[in-house]
Design a protein around this ligand. Sequence first.
Ligand code: GDP
Ligand code: MG
Length: 209
Amino acid sequence: MKTVAVKIVILGSQGVGKTSLVTRYETKSFQKNTSSTIGASFSNVDAIIDDVKVKMQVWDTAGQERFRSMAPMYYRGANAALLVFDLTKYDTFTDVKAWAHELTHRVEGELMLVVVGNKVDLAEQRVVQAATARNYAASIGAPFFETSALDNTGVQEMFQEVAARMVQQAETNTNSSLRVYAAEGKDRRGSILQLSEDSGERAKGGGCC
Ligand code: GDP
Ligand code: MG
């Protein structure tokens, strides 16, 4: 099976549910108390799109949201950025706009942006309407997803859509930084991308991406 390896960064204010979304997709469960360990962390999650395996290395800011100067470390070399806000907190939506602005100006190369409104289960507390978020997302060329890590709404769909677009990008753009492997795990240029098997505190060697 052909494999595509991608780096995804998940950005947004503290408390919007970034870690919960990754955990939900990774383990199909919701952990009520997610730890906010300090330090870069990533999880490797896979998706299958037709006959292609998409290995997604998802970088989470793990409690460092306030240290904006740390951000480039996370998004450097990313192929996709999930910009997450809390549908019940308007200022977190404003923060997403700031993230999109920064990424657009500072990331070279092709970067897929995805706008994610999380906590859709809290319908009564909702303050950001779907049309507002969708119009904004469209204005930056990003898809918009409403999710709930708590009750598992939209989470699989969101990651599947990102994976599908990454496959599309790998197939249509030969200059893309996506690594496309043949079955043996070597890419077309003959080098191997280092991905560790499990979640880790740091990328080994920092040689990837
Ligand atoms: P992070 O700081 O962005 O990583 O946010 P966390 O994943 O740590 O979540 C922050 C808080 O929001 C925790 O108390 C979670 O239990 C809660 N939370 C996360 N996702 C959801 C959701 O979809 N719905 C609800 N109701 N609570 C959520
Ligand atoms: Mg977190």
